[in-house]
Design a protein around this ligand. Sequence first.
Ligand code: PLP
Length: 409
Amino acid sequence: MATVAEHEFVIERGEDVWVYDSGGRRYLDGTAGLWYANAGHGRAEIADAAAAQLRKLAGYSIFGDFSNEPARALAERIAGLAPVPDAKVFLTTGGGEAIDSAVKIARRYHLAQGEPERVHVISRAQAYHGTNGIGTGVAGIEANRAGFGEMLPAASRVQYDSVEALREEILRVGPERVAAFLFEPVIGAGGVLPPPEGYIEGVVEVCHEFGVLAIADAVICGFGRLGSWFGVERWGVEPDLITFAKGVTSGYLPLGGVVVHGRVAEPFFSRPGNVFRHGPTYSGHPACCAAGLANIDVLERDGLVGRGRELEGELANVLRPLAAHPLVAEVRAGVGLLGAVELTAETRDRLPSALADLQLLARRQGVLVRPLGAALAVSPPLTVQAEQLRQIGEAFAEGLDELKLKVES
Ligand code: PLP
């Protein structure tokens, strides 16, 4: 529910890695909004492309045989970038809708293959897959699932770092009942948890072995965050479906979608009667797609897609020394332009506001970061420079020292 808090922190404008509040103060955007401003803020060419499309044709839904040029062009462009053969692309208005769409595609695919019992979805502890019905039902962050009743009865979760746990769960449920396994390449909102070595390759192999569709959720990890278009390329795997959102437009307008492997899409095209009865009103919205196309142009032209990988070592170098601070339990960084600084349980017990306090202390030093469970997250725009990463590290270091005084007082 939208409420207006007295202390709301109003952001008014943005330019590259900087955002400005309503008092005109400038901040380094340490989280790229909510993990999406990959191309940076204030890119006139993305805004202009969306505005030109709004003037030409603001909306025209792509149901049935209807289509529009930006939707066609974007779907084709994304299919061409995807690390799966003969990809088809289903467009949505965001990541949560992409997750619901992917799981529904998976179930309908199995139905078309004569396996109607395959409806169960396995996800990972600590996973975040959005706020829609299915995304809530498969949430691995327990607090996000609690209090809504059972949103998706045929669902279960496994330990987030064990290939063997997935295999055991598939065997427990019965492979003939499992539709899909959902995984974020690096768990984002659940605390920035990079996969252990061999994990991504291992789980995709287990899925293929049992005919379970592997759905990579690249909503955070895509469009350069891990140094490639969909994040999964660095492990050389071929998922059956890939969900994306956020960085596809760098947040200039809402858009998401699902990349579908040609083999999984085939029954929907080749078998009469196997219609995918699922069409959100704003799927393929022309202005959002125009923003997506312009954003992809910028990411390509400015060489930003590789930045997630080029900068991951620098970000890790900046954050890792913080692990020596007495209030810090763990620093996680090293895979992509993603990091987290977790406070010790003792600190959070002694000062329940510790995370919010540290966020404010960093903000006072002109750096925006966000709380994530027991940690604060870092995921700046891909345009960030090394010295700006160091500025984030300094804001943490000084903030932690001030926080220590407060914890001890
Ligand atoms: N999947 C992942 C991995 C996410 O991080 C998010 C949002 O943060 C979503 C799905 C949901 O995306 P949206 O908020 O656009 O619905």
